[in-house]
Design a binder for this molecule. Structure first.
Ligand SMILES: *Cc1c(COP(=O)(O)O)cnc(C)c1O
Length: 380
């Protein structure tokens, strides 16, 4: 059996080696490393895949979030609502821009931003909300978009983990993750569902004026060369990464299907175990399983389980061990333990199992057998 890894990018590369090598070689020979045709090709292919008017490639997912917020014209002190149970980027960029992060709790089933929590947090200074489609499943966007409309708020989607996930509105309209709000952001970090071989990211929007502003900000704040209309940043996807992504985009749907097959195997194996809660499915969204994250019963010592799994050659990770409202950099004078009970409970009870495109039946059987036998031994 091949060694079990959280993410197996070597085995994935072996399947597409020739195409990838050719793509990278072509960029080197063209010497168009930074601007250039390959980036434009990939941009258009991704626009078609997503069914969105504008894809703006940038340097990474964090930049995508920062540039999106910069483009909305918010004022210092304006409040931006974000879930406390997520990766740090979302709140980092809010704080960096002098805006005020306002945390909310998540839904206990889907782990995504709780709409009721958002309703409670909206104030007269709230200008935007950033739903995070955590672990690869879209948040309750229908409700969140309704709340945003009622209060005139921008919706910036963090789709860094959810590219390709489809959301179905109650009128039947199907939209891809990141393309429902005013603007959406993704990351092409190597381990993401559409990952390159370095750093990369992109911003999605259907709004022409906003797309123009975003392009300007990402390029030093200039529309016309050496004319700086506003303060910008330097954030771009390079051509070698675009060449990798342009190959992998053709496989994205099959990669998603592989992840969903692995998830179905896990679901079936864990359905008999009272100590494990498999990831819940939002009926309005497909799940692209950036992570397969289970919840353990309170009686289980999670750290002991993680250590025992590792000992048996089954890696597991904790996403995320400490909610953002309890982090030194972001708790401020405002937040304390007890503020967001769902996120606090999840942060002590979730564990993510190996999830990638190359898991085979033998590996999945080994992982589930090992988890099921060890979980019984890790009761407190
Ligand atoms: C990965 C990730 C980011 C940041 O992406 P980078 O490309 O690493 O900057 C932001 N938000 C979420 C939810 C992520 O998973």
């Amino acid at each position: 059996m091949r060694k079990i890894q959280m993410v197996d990018l070597q085995s994935q590369y072996e399947q597409i080696r020739d195409e990838i090598n050719r793509g990278i070689q072509n960029v080197i020979e063209s010497a168009e490393f930074v601007k250039g045709g390959k980036i434009v090709d990939f941009q258009h292919h991704l626009e078609t895949y997503l069914g969105v008017k504008h894809v703006i490639p940038v340097g990474n997912g964090t930049d995508a979030l920062q540039i999106s917020l910069m483009a909305l014209g918010l004022q210092s002190g304006d409040e931006v609502i974000t879930p406390t149970f997520t990766f740090v980027s979302t709140v980092e960029v809010i704080a960096l821009l002098g805006l005020k992060p306002v945390f909310v709790d998540v839904d206990p089933k889907t782990f995504c931003m709780s709409p009721q929590s958002v309703r409670n947090a909206v104030s007269s200074r709230t200008k935007a909300i950033i739903p995070v489609h955590l672990f690869g499943q879209n948040a309750d966007m229908e409700t969140l978009l309704t709340i945003a409309k009622e209060h005139n708020l921008f919706v910036v989607e963090d789709a860094c983990q959810s590219i390709g996930a489809e959301y179905t509105f109650s009128n039947g309209r199907q939209v891809k993750s990141g393309c429902m709000g005013m603007v959406g952001c993704t990351s092409f970090f190597p381990s993401k569902n559409l990952g390159c071989y370095g750093d990369g990211g992109a911003i999605f929007t259907n709004n022409d004026a906003l797309a123009d502003e975003i392009r300007c900000i990402a390029n030093h704040g200039m529309h016309k060369r050496y004319h700086y209309d506003r303060i910008g940043v330097n954030s771009r996807l390079d051509s070698i990464q675009a060449a990798v992504l342009d190959v992998k985009l053709n496989y994205l749907d099959s990669y998603i299907a592989s992840r969903q097959r692995a998830a179905a195997f896990y679901d079936a194996a864990f359905s008999r175990c009272q100590l494990i809660t498999a990831p819940a499915r939002n009926p309005q969204s497909t799940h692209v399983f950036h992570q397969y994250t289970i919840q353990l019963a309170e009686s289980i010592d999670r750290d002991a389980l993680k250590a025992a799994l590792n000992e048996k050659g089954v890696p597991a990770m904790i996403y995320y061990p400490i909610p953002l409202h309890l982090q030194k950099a972001y708790s401020g004078e405002v937040y304390k333990f007890g503020d967001f009970p769902v996120a606090e409970r999840l942060s002590t009870s979730v564990i993510s199992l190996p999830m990638h495109t190359e898991l085979d039946g033998e590996q999945l059987q080994c992982i589930t057998d090992t988890v099921l036998s060890l979980v019984e031994q890790c009761k407190r």
